[in-house]
Structure formats: structure tokens, C-alpha cells
Design a binder for this molecule. Structure first.
Ligand SMILES: Cc1ncc(COP(=O)(O)O)c(C=O)c1O
Length: 394
């Protein structure tokens, strides 16, 4: 059967590397998977009260379809959370519940990208922002983020890349894959730029509660009259990765996004709704105890510090300090000489050490090449094994 070009071109580096590891595993090699940002796989379990809410929803018979926009009480809880945690005022009719941010990215790109339209994405970026823009016939244009400055966006580079075809700017803060937490001043400059050109600002804030030294400031909080499409979800801070729940909200003080919102709701209708009992658990996640987040961040801080120290002690590797999320994105100096490219490096590491990393070019060819991404989610003991092996390998 013939397959469309748009589908055969899909790439998702983070999971595309797995078959290589599985092949080695079949031959009896022990693999340490440092490729996927899933805290639940590393002993950070879904909070008990959230699990209980899911059981109860199922037992009570909360098992039918919900409204396509999402259960109203959940959308109200999202508004409360955004106000309390991020000082952002939105109303429930401006919230759409999705099957994770992943689905929200697909829906939003479907609604704003026509053939030839350009979307500015951070370089490097979370890969679906590239894939979905391509899928809908658009052109992802990566803007520079500056490694020497903790991977902060270069706003003058963004400005120089705005064309008549530009439709939106993606902000990922805190950032995956670099772990950057953006300076308030830089986010404000991005807001001003979007306002000046009438571009849609898409702000992915899934790691808003996983930050270490500095405080996170939401794009919408700084936006004043500039509209923002905010994206967030339950996978990371609420440890519900496999439950697939997220949301988008329209911060839209002047009603400029109303038509967009109404059309995204039409997309929501054709996929019926999100998992109904999981939405109930989402209400409990947002309104119930939040202690697990602090505990998780404390553990992650220790793992971040350990990983950063070990990486920067390695000959031929340097790594900027992640201020949020749970990724490192180090540079490997001998890519281009000892290794042909970063993919060869990742394959070589896998075959010799059993550690699965992701090649940096999978997050953007221009600004990600020559790097790799790893997670620092495992216990210090597992990280120690991984870094000892990497040290010997290097
Ligand atoms: C920046 C970013 N956005 C979105 C997602 C996907 O989130 P979800 O599980 O809500 O689809 C991830 C997952 O790693 C991510 O890092």
C-alpha cells in the first residue's frame, strides 16, 4: 500500500533510537535507558490520592464520553491552578482538555499552518514542534538559543527570521532538551515581538513546576494585551505520563483568538473527548495535596548536580547547567572528527556501554548537532553506573 510522503517523513528521535537498544537487549546486553523523559519509569510514582480518584471515578460509573472541550470541573481547576501557581487569569471556556500536550500540538498546528506557513521554533526544540509543522505542509524555522548563555533565546535572531509567511513563535520554558529556564526580560521581549508582528505565541510550560534555583514566570503573566496559547499537562509534575492528559488555554484579553479557539473546538469534537475517568483524576491532581512535587524536585536537584559534575569532568564533553526540567544537553567536542556525527556517537555509546541517549540533531539540525540529550531521572546509583561507563568509553 502506498504511504503518503507526509507520514513517511515523520521522525521522533527520542523513540526512533529504541529499536537499536532492543536489538542489543535481545542479544543479552543490559541497557540503561536515558532517552525518555518519563519520571514514572524511574520510581516517581503517581500520587496515591490521584490513583484513588481514578478508581473512584471508574467505580462510580464516570465512564461515558465527556464534552469535547473537557469536563467543566477540570477546566475550572485548570483556571484555579494557573491563577495560583502562575498568576494567569483565564476562564474555563478558554481551556480545552487534550490527550497530553502532544495532541494539543497537533491540533494547534492543524489550525494555524497552511502550506508554506512558517513557525519559529527554538533551536533545539522538542521534536513534535518540527514534525507537526512539516506534517501540515509548513516550514519550521529554528531560532538560535545561546549555549554559552545557558541556552537563552537570541531575540535578535528571532526578529531577523520573521517573514511574511511567519504565523507563530513557539516558546518552551523550562526547555526540553536544554533545561534552560528563560529570563523574564527575554520572554517579555518575545512577547513584544509577537505583539508587534501579530504572531501567535505558543508557550509550552509543561515543566513549570520543575525548576531549581530561579523562579519560573509564565509567558501569559508577562503578556498583558498580547494573546498567548498556553500548553500544559499532567505528565511531568503530576506523574501521569501514561494516562495522557493535558490542556491548552487561550490567554486572550482582547478576544483576538476567539475564532481560533472555536475552530480548535471543532477539532476536539471529531476526536470525541479525552479519557473521562482520567479527567476526574486530573481534578484531584490539581486540587489535592501538592507535596510530591517538592519532594520530586529535591531529588532531581541532587541528580542534576551529580550529573552535571560528572559530565563536566569528562574529557571532550561540556554541559551547560539545566535550571529546569530533567535533561542534560551536553556538547561532545570530537563529533565531526572521532565520530562522523552525533547519531554515530549515540550508536557507539550504546554499543559499547549499553547507555541509550538521543542524538542532538534529532532536536534541530542547526543548533542541536554535536550534542546529545540524556535524562537525569534515575537514582544516583544508576547514574553513577552510567557515568562510570561513559567515562571509560570516552
Ligand atoms: C516540552 C514538552 N512538551 C510536551 C511534551 C509531551 O507531553 P504530554 O505527555 O502531555 O503529551 C513533552 C514530553 O516530554 C515535553 O518535553
Amino acid at each position: 500500500m502506498r504511504v503518503t510522503e507526509r507520514v513517511s517523513a515523520i521522525e521522533y528521535a527520542i523513540r526512533d533510537v529504541i529499536p537499536y537498544a532492543r536489538k542489543l537487549e535481545k542479544k543479552g546486553k543490559e541497557i540503561i535507558y536515558l532517552n525518555i523523559g518519563d519520571p514514572v519509569k524511574f520510581g516517581f510514582d503517581t500520587p496515591e490520592h490521584v490513583k484513588q480518584a481514578l478508581f473512584e471515578a471508574v467505580k462510580e460509573g464516570f465512564n461515558g464520553y465527556s464534552s469535547s472541550e473537557g469536563v467543566l470541573e477540570l477546566r475550572e481547576a485548570v483556571c484555579e491552578k494557573e491563577k495560583k501557581v502562575n498568576s494567569v487569569e483565564i476562564s474555563p471556556e478558554n481551556v480545552i482538555v487534550t490527550n497530553g500536550i502532544s495532541e494539543a500540538i497537533q491540533m494547534i498546528m492543524a489550525a494555524i499552518v497552511d502550506k508554506g506557513d512558517e513557525i519559529l521554533v527554538p533551536g533545539p526544540t522538542y521534536p513534535p514542534y518540527i514534525s507537526y509543522v512539516n506534517f501540515f505542509g509548513g516550514k519550521p524555522v529554528s531560532y538560535r538559543t545561546v549555549e554559552e548563555n545557558g541556552w537563552q533565546p537570541d531575540v535578535s535572531d528571532i526578529r531577523s527570521k520573521v517573514t511574511d509567511a511567519t504565523r507563530g513563535i513557539v516558546v518552551i520554558n523550562p526547555n526540553n532538551p536544554c533545561g534552560a529556564l528563560y529570563d523574564e526580560k527575554i520572554v517579555k521581549e518575545m512577547v513584544n515581538l509577537a505583539g508587534e508582528y501579530g504572531l501567535l505565541l505558543i508557550s509550552d510550560e509543561i515543566y513549570d513546576r520543575i525548576v531549581y534555583e530561579k523562579k519560573f514566570v509564565s509567558t501569559s503573566h508577562l503578556a498583558e494585551d498580547v494573546p498567548v496559547l498556553g500548553l500544559n499537562g499532567f505528565s511531568k509534575a503530576y506523574l501521569m505520563t501514561g494516562w495522557r492528559l493535558g490542556y491548552m488555554y487561550f490567554y486572550d484579553p482582547e478576544g483576538k483568538l476567539r475564532e481560533l479557539r472555536d475552530n480548535v473546538v471543532k477539532e476536539a469534537r471529531i476526536r470525541l473527548c479525552c479519557n473521562t475517568p482520567v479527567q476526574r483524576a486530573g481534578i484531584e491532581a490539581l486540587r489535592g495535596p501538592q507535596d510530591h512535587i517538592k519532594e520530586m524536585v529535591e531529588k532531581l536537584r541532587e541528580r542534576r548536580d551529580y550529573s552535571l559534575k560528572r559530565l563536566n569532568e569528562l574529557d571532550g564533553i561540556s554541559c551547560a547547567k539545566p535550571e529546569g526540567a530533567f535533561y542534560v544537553f551536553p556538547k561532545v567536542h570530537e563529533i565531526g572528527s572521532r565520530w562522523k556525527n552525533d547519531f554515530q556517537f549515540v550508536r557507539d555509546v550504546l554499543e559499547n556501554t549499553g547507555i541509550l541517549l538521543v542524538h542532538g540533531s534529532g532536536f534541530d539540525v542547526t543548533y542541536g548537532s554535536g550534542h546529545f540529550r540524556g535524562v537525569f531521572l534515575p537514582s544516583i546509583e544508576v547514574l553513577k553506573t552510567a557515568f562510570d561507563r561513559l567515562e571509560r568509553f570516552m
